[in-house]
Design a binder for this molecule. Structure first.
Ligand code: ADP
Ligand code: ADP
Length: 221
């Protein structure tokens, strides 16, 4: 469903990706692992259409996405893909509820419908009591659950998560992972999960291990 072929990407003289090919199936949960600097984040950014590879292809559902124009990429990221980063990345001026409603408003849903759906997702992730608080007033675990709710509220087919629990203690991390993966399994969304934590990788169906911008192992679990 999501495929990368021969991805190359460098930053200056540093090759971050040295011709990587990977494939993610419908509803599959894949962990991308490897040491710091091995190209995990860069791979995720290329797959999610956040950055463009210098060479190679990325296709989603049979369509090349690395050659789409910005408008088409923005649409894809708003409707079909959902992204969660290590540090919530929420809009600091908006409340948790407003943050989660925002992607729906971008997708031209009405204000009332957006707010009501956002509230349901906050409840589902156990952070309904945070609805009226701004990101600065939330704990790390609460922030990440709100960020996951925001990534899932539009019903994406692929969820990209870059060290989503990297800043959390193990209990909060577990809650965030369970919230993310339960919802993905319910909706049949695929998950591409970047992590250097073996406990997080253990949640995945399959692990793609990187070293120096290349795949060293893709072990079925
Ligand atoms: P991790 O190994 O946990 O992914 P890193 O420190 O390698 O953490 O990367 C964290 C983020 O910083 C990534 O999103 C990556 O794209 C970015 N990054 C890494 N190295 C550089 C760099 N030399 N210059 C700018 N950004 C970088
Ligand atoms: P990982 O996520 O595995 O830590 P990254 O994809 O973040 O690895 O980084 C791979 C390599 O590319 C590293 O050498 C890193 O320093 C470099 N890099 C990543 N992002 C940037 C950036 N924005 N600017 C410069 N170098 C970067």
């Amino acid at each position: 469903m999501l495929e990368a072929n021969g991805l190359v990407k460098s930053f200056g003289r540093t090759p971050a990706l040295a011709g990587i090919s990977v494939a993610v199936g419908e509803g599959e949960i894949v962990a991308v692992t490897g040491p710091s600097g091995s190209g995990k984040s860069t791979l995720l950014h290329c797959l999610a259409g956040i950055i463009r590879p210098e060479s190679g292809h990325v296709t989603y559902a049979g369509t090349r996405i690395d050659t789409l124009d910005e408008a088409a990429l923005t649409k894809l990221r708003r409707t079909t893909f959902g992204v969660v980063f290590q540090f919530g990345d929420l809009v600091p001026e908006l409340t948790a509820l407003e943050n989660v409603a925002l992607p729906l408003l971008f997708n031209r849903h009405g204000r009332q419908e957006s707010t009501s759906l956002a509230g349901k997702w906050l409840t589902r992730f156990g952070v309904a009591d945070c609805a009226d608080r701004r990101p600065g007033e939330l704990s790390g675990g609460q922030l990440q659950r709100v960020a996951v709710a925001r990534a899932l509220v539009t019903g994406p087919r692929v969820i990209f998560a870059d060290e989503p629990t990297g800043a959390l203690d193990s209990r909060a991390g577990e809650q965030v992972m369970n919230a993310l993966l339960d919802s993905a399994r319910d909706t049949g969304a695929a998950v591409v999960l970047v992590t250097h934590d073996n406990r997080v990788a253990a949640y995945a169906d399959r692990e793609i291990m990187l070293r120096d911008g290349a795949v060293v192992a893709g072990v079925p679990q």
